[in-house]
Design a binder for this molecule. Sequence first.
Ligand code: 5GP
Length: 333
Amino acid sequence: MPTATKAIYTGKAKDIFETEDPNVLRAYFRDSATAFNAQKKGEIHDKGKVNATISALLFNLVEQNGIKTHFIKQISENELLIKKVNIIPLEVIVRNIAAGSLCKRLGMKEGKILKAPIVEFSYKKDELNDPLLTRAYIKNALEITDDKTLDYITDLTLKANEIFKDFFLKIGIKVVDFKLEYGFDKDGCLLLADELSPDNFRFWDAKTNEKLDKDRFRQDLGNVEGAYQEMLKRVKEGSKNFSTQSSKPNSQSFSVRVQVLSKSDILDPQGQAVEKALTSMGYKDIKDVKIGKEVVFKIKSESSEKAKTEVNQMCERLLANPVIEDYRIEITG
Ligand code: 5GP
């Protein structure tokens, strides 16, 4: 049980507590289960322990593959220490196989393998039943964030999907779909947050298509606890190989060229000075001179897509100032 302090936030399956460090929180995973926006409620024996442990192992997995998360460490069977983040009120959903609300929305048969993974955004708002959002809703109606951040989140999420698919395939599981949440820490760094468990993933056995996730509870399929325990067993098995997986056995070298220029509406004094000088030398037909920088380096990665995601992160965090600068990434190799 959690210690006697009062939770600062009580969610549908987790309680969040402050710690002595103002930038660190403690998440306690309960056994309570809800579905259909809490219209259906119940308990799944030991779900808290299973979800805390699977989350810890999967946060480690993605961290080792270059995705920053809020996870610090697991401090008891039910509890994780996490970095405090400002959660972006978006549910970022990835789908590899048609199921759930996609089938309902499009009248599609469950189980269709999608031509390519789909990333979609829902508004994290229980009162509204987490409605599906368009980019225009996010940017111009709700003003949650901009295109650049959405592109970055999409890249990170697709990268996470590849990491999960690889990992779960090795333990005989298909990753049907899942929901992620992101937040910004005190330094403005975007971190993967919330949890990674059978509560927010659909997992099917690769051979039998047996459902091993919260759909067993949602759809009254029985043996809910057994499914959660089976997932814990398999994730623990798969996790034994983490460190060897993260050495990237199939990595190759790519050449990277990043061009950084100030945004079109930002004053560029150096560009203006050069423009003035060129004009006075007789080059009268030039305008909008911008002076930028070019950064070149080599990177080892498993694919150019993965390299691009990593370089994107570098641009957002160091190579460019996304508030006033645009950047262009070229990857060859
Ligand atoms: P769907 O949109 O088909 O209901 O859900 C897609 C995926 O996102 C499923 O794996 C589901 O578990 C997850 N998901 C969607 N909404 C929520 C939510 O509000 N809470 C949790 N824990 N998972 C969600």
